[in-house]
Each structure stands twice: as structure tokens, then as C-alpha cells.
Ligand binder design. Structure first.
Ligand code: ZN
Length: 293
């Protein structure tokens, strides 16, 4: 068997680790979370419900009742600057079992209203209650959404094969969190089908830190993972765009060269080599000779 040794995805700069976060519901506790993230340079995607902006409420979900006040329309642009805003459904409705038209009514206005507020195209989505099915996915595609996050923990660092079933590594209260962080930050080789580059994807709601009285838990996570030369910090959309650009690479029939038709500089490497290869937009680059295994 012969293996091409440097044709796998690496993150920008040839990095082998990427960290991305995803926080739901657009609530007042996001202010404190954002302060933490901004101090440490960690990027996050915030999933908002356009029909609920500015609404006041409480949440308990079987635990301590805390405030669930939504960030108002006028604060969104300044508060979330430097991060990504994505759709989370107009009214946070569970769409499983609904017909396409009903799904579109929940998805499309949410996207349009958030785009109007932010003045930019927003193509990300997080399933309300983590609920999804084939009809919802097809409605998302019709509405121009390009990725959607679930709430199913993988406890792995794989790059998703299907961005409409993008499972996070884990929730911030996952009992395996500290072990996963250690494994992520280690330089041990990571074996996955797709790439030796790792992706740590953390999700949650910032009100849960009030509920469980464990903000220090998140502070610890961010301190441990932030500010590292070997980690690429990105929003969900940036990860998705980079991976999609990698997937559009054109390899020659004998795998000796590769063409990058995208407008993003891509970095390649492999499990069996420390060498990295930069492929600029529009460039054709020679790959290393395959090795026999
Ligand atoms: Zn939610």
C-alpha cells in the first residue's frame, strides 16, 4: 500500500490543533463569557433566536432558577464583535417531525433578521434543543445555511464529514472535559480517518455557569487552552470555510501535485511527517513522494 504523506489538512500556519466554541440562546450571561473570551483571544459562535431578542425570562430546567434575559437588538453588534453570530431558529422551536414549509418559516426569517442587524451574510445554525431530522437539514440547505451543530458529544477531535451533523467534542460540564483538554493539548499523534489535525469543539449556554455556580470552571478551561502558538482559534464558520476550501483542492491523478482553486491559503501535512506544505490561492504545488507501507 502506498501512502501520500503530506496531503492531509492542517490548520492555518501548519498548526495541528484548532479550538472553536458554540454558545446558545443569546442571553445576558454572554456578557461575562465574552469578557473572558476577549481577554484571552478565544473565538466563539453565538447562536441567537431573532424572534426573542430583548425578551426577559427565567430558566430552571430541573436545576436552580436563574435569569434567561435575551440580549437586545441594539447591543448585538457591539457585544459580539470579533465573534460569529449564527441562527438558532426564530422562536427556538423544536422542528423534528414538522413539514418543510414550517421548518423554513423558523429558519429563514431568523437568518434574515440577524443579517439585517449585523450587516453580513450569516450561514451558521445550531439546532434548537439539538433536535434535527432529514427534513430540517434539507430546509436548512434551501435557506442557504452551510453548517448546523448538534448537541451530541463525540469525545473526539475529528473534523466532521457532514457539516449538517456537526457533533461537538463535548459540553463544558462533561465529566471528561479535563481529560479531553489534556489529550487535545498533547503532541501525541492523533489518528483519525480524515486528518491528523485535531479540532476541539466545546458548546453550552452561559446561563449554566450561574445555575451551577461554576464560572471558575470555564475560566480554567479558557486559561488552559488560550494563548498557545500551536492552536488555531476560530469561529465555527471559519472552521467550516477552511475545511470546505480543503475539500475543493484538486489533486492530479497520480497524487503528485495539488491545485488550490479557493481564495484561502491552505496548509497540508500528514501523520508520518512533520513537514508542512503551504498552498496559496490559485497555486499548483508538488506533493511529497508517496511512501510504501
Ligand atoms: Zn437553545
Amino acid at each position: 500500500m502506498s501512502l501520500q504523506i503530506n496531503d492531509r489538512l492542517l490548520w492555518p500556519g501548519g498548526k495541528k490543533k484548532a479550538l472553536t466554541l458554540s454558545y446558545d440562546d443569546g442571553i445576558s450571561q454572554d456578557r461575562r463569557l465574552l469578557k473572558l473570551l476577549n481577554e484571552q483571544g478565544v473565538k466563539c459562535t453565538f447562536n441567537l433566536n431573532s424572534g426573542l431578542l430583548g425578551m426577559e425570562g427565567r430558566v430552571s430546567a430541573g436545576k436552580k432558577e436563574v435569569s434567561h434575559n435575551k440580549i437586545g437588538k441594539e447591543e448585538i453588534v457591539s457585544l459580539y464583535a470579533g465573534h460569529e453570530i449564527a441562527s438558532h431558529g426564530r422562536f427556538h422551536t423544536s422542528l423534528t417531525g414538522m413539514d418543510s414549509a414550517r421548518c423554513v418559516q423558523e429558519i429563514l426569517p431568523c437568518r434574515q433578521e440577524l443579517e439585517e442587524i449585523t450587516g453580513q451574510p450569516l450561514t451558521g445554525y445550531a439546532y434548537a434543543f439539538g433536535a434535527f431530522d432529514d427534513t430540517i437539514i434539507s430546509a436548512l440547505k434551501s435557506c442557504g445555511i452551510v453548517y448546523a451543530r448538534t448537541i451530541e458529544a463525540t469525545h473526539r477531535f475529528d473534523i466532521p464529514s457532514d457539516f449538517f451533523r456537526w457533533n461537538p467534542t463535548c459540553h463544558h460540564d462533561d465529566e471528561n472535559l479535563s481529560g479531553l483538554v489534556k489529550e487535545f493539548l498533547s503532541d501525541d499523534k492523533y489518528f483519525s480517518f480524515y486528518s491528523p489535525a485535531k479540532l476541539f469543539f466545546l458548546w453550552g449556554h452561559s446561563y449554566e455557569f450561574d445555575q451551577n455556580d461554576n464560572w471558575e470552571h470555564m475560566e480554567g478551561f479558557i486559561k488552559e487552552t488560550a494563548g498557545r502558538e500551536d492552536v488555531y482559534y476560530a469561529t465555527n464558520a471559519e472552521i467550516c470555510q477552511y475545511v470546505e476550501a480543503y475539500r475543493r483542492l484538486v489533486f492530479s491523478a497520480d497524487s503528485s501535485m495539488v491545485y488550490n482553486p479557493s481564495c484561502i491559503t491552505l496548509w497540508l501535512g500528514g501523520t508520518f511527517t512533520e513537514e508542512t506544505l503551504e498552498v496559496k490561492p490559485g497555486a499548483i504545488v508538488k506533493l511529497q513522494e508517496p511512501v510504501d507501507m
